[in-house]
Design a protein around this ligand. Structure first.
Ligand code: IPE
Ligand code: IPE
Ligand code: MG
Length: 254
């Protein structure tokens, strides 16, 4: 294995230090943005306000990681299980996603962000779905941060869809069973041309993945903080990166 991966780095990512300069390679950070409603509860505010504050937190972070030249950032915004929430909350979130597309896209595009949405997008409201497709098209040539937003995303759904596509190719005689490899499965996921995450950060303190990037996370380093998503600052992000830098990634080797 690559010995450089075992070296211990101690410095957090700062805007003056690019990710390539770090001893432990870091290409892709994925985040489970959790704790919006608890944040609002603690402040005695309506719970939906927590989601609105969550958007502000994400904006702040995108600026930070763009400046620091991180290659890939993937954030979990709405899971395929989140439809089980109250209708008012689901409606509010869909409206919030539409508003973000309408008012934030220009700034993201100006900053060179390439946006992708991963998940079962066909299951999103039709008008929003069209907006998501347009945003991906409009930013597809951008050279800056490659940002994925997981919407109506669930890993089991993603893997199930991939298995279905592969089975259809086998059935049609275009693929033999012996050609089914881990790489082939990866190539049928929503994340097909995105490297696996190096680091998964979860805010809000829960020690679980909640159906997020289960396949891709095989060797991701995990970092859980009790900080609730609306309170997650660039400094907190740098703290996570500093801890990541001190990890030893062995991939099953010695
Ligand atoms: C994360 O915050 C946002 C979404 C899942 C849409 P939550 O809404 O799960 O807030 P908590 O975890 O209940 O505090
Ligand atoms: C995970 O958070 C999904 C998102 C952050 C979008 P949840 O709040 O839905 O996860 P659980 O219910 O605590 O596992
Ligand atoms: Mg939650």
């Amino acid at each position: 294995m690559d010995r450089t991966q075992k070296r211990i780095a101690s410095q957090p990512l700062t805007s003056s230090q690019s990710t390539e300069e770090r001893a432990l390679p870091l290409t892709h950070v994925a985040i489970i943005m959790d704790g919006n409603r608890r944040w609002a509860d603690r402040k005695g505010l309506p719970r939906l306000i927590g989601h609105k504050e969550g958007v502000k937190s994400l904006k702040r972070l995108v600026k930070h990681v763009s400046a620091a030249h991180l290659d890939f950032l993937t954030v979990y915004a709405f899971s395929s299980e989140n439809w089980q929430r109250g209708q008012d909350e689901v409606d509010y979130l869909m409206e919030l996603f539409s508003q973000v597309l309408k008012y934030e896209l220009a700034e993201l595009a100006e900053n060179g962000v390439r946006l992708r949405f991963i998940g079962n997008l066909a299951g999103m409201p039709a008008q929003l779905n069209r907006g998501l497709a347009a945003a991906m098209e409009d930013t597809k040539l951008n050279q800056g941060l490659k940002m994925q937003v997981a919407l109506n995303y669930g890993s089991r759904l993603e893997i199930t869809e991939a298995v279905g596509k592969i089975a259809a190719e086998v059935q049609a005689g275009r693929l033999s069973c012996s050609a089914i490899t881990p790489e082939l499965i990866s190539a049928h996921l929503y994340t097909k041309d995105i490297p696996d995450p190096d680091l998964i950060i979860r805010t809000g303190g829960e020690m679980r993945l909640s159906n997020y990037l289960l396949w891709q996370a095989a060797y991701a380093e995990l970092y859980v903080t009790a900080v609730l998503w609306p309170d997650f600052t660039p400094a907190e992000f740098d703290r996570a990166l500093a801890e990541y830098s001190a990890r030893q990634r062995r991939y099953g080797g010695d």
